[in-house]
Design a protein around this ligand. Structure first.
Ligand SMILES: CC(C)(COP(=O)(O)OP(=O)(O)OC[C@H]1O[C@@H](n2cnc3c(N)ncnc32)[C@H](O)[C@@H]1OP(=O)(O)O)[C@@H](O)C(=O)NCCC(=O)NCCS
Length: 167
């Protein structure tokens, strides 16, 4: 029997198996684009996502074990002995159940494993939820990029630059 989520499915029941960590690439473009515009008021465009998936960045996802549906993704760019987290997104119906933290931990574990010195990211100054997650996972705010993000007609929002040192 095929199991299908209801269109307005709420958080998964506590007994559901943990989503599986998977490698993402260009074939996952549609699945990512199904989540991206629902998770952000100013989402990445299809072109942004396709560029980053096709460019060999590190893209990982969490997939529902029963349905195979993508629930969350993280895209990171390697630098010299460092990683830059470009996008961390959990689909709205599955936020607040530890998936974001799991993907962040996966990137940090990978960065530790390859000997990197640090992981960087930027986050909207108003994004309390994401900032709190990053702080809890050992990132500290080290700077501000003024007017970095679009924020509506004629408005911009600052980015907080966060870094987690690994050595
Ligand atoms: C931000 C985001 C990635 C976090 O992922 P998540 O899976 O929802 O978060 P988690 O369940 O892993 O929670 C991790 C921590 O976030 C914080 N958090 C979670 N839900 C929260 C809420 N409703 N209010 C405030 N903080 C919250 C908590 O500190 C939590 O730690 P805990 O284990 O002590 O509860 C996710 O909510 C998301 O995709 N949001 C929309 C897109 C976005 O803003 N991405 C980040 C761009 S920088």
């Amino acid at each position: 029997m095929e199991l299908r989520a209801l269109p307005s499915a709420g958080p998964a029941p506590a007994s559901a198996p943990e989503p599986r960590l998977v490698v993402l690439g260009l074939p996952d473009l549609d699945a990512v684009m199904d989540i991206e515009p629902r998770a952000y008021p100013f989402p990445w465009s299809r072109g942004n996502v396709s560029d980053s998936l096709g460019r060999g960045h590190r893209a990982r996802g969490l997939r529902c074990v029963q349905e195979g549906r993508l629930l969350a993704y993280a895209i990171a760019m390697p630098g010299v002995e460092e990683w830059h987290l470009l996008n961390l997104t959990v689909c709205p119906e599955h936020q607040g159940r530890g998936l974001g933290r799991r993907l962040l931990d996966d990137l940090v574990d990978h960065a530790v494993g390859d000997g990197s010195a640090q992981v960087w990211l930027e986050v909207r100054s108003s994004n309390e939820r994401a900032r709190r997650l990053y702080q809890r996972q050992g990132f500290e705010a080290v700077g501000l990029r003024r007017h970095y993000y679009p924020a509506g007609p004629g408005r911009r929002e600052d980015a907080v630059v966060m870094r987690r040192a690994l050595r």
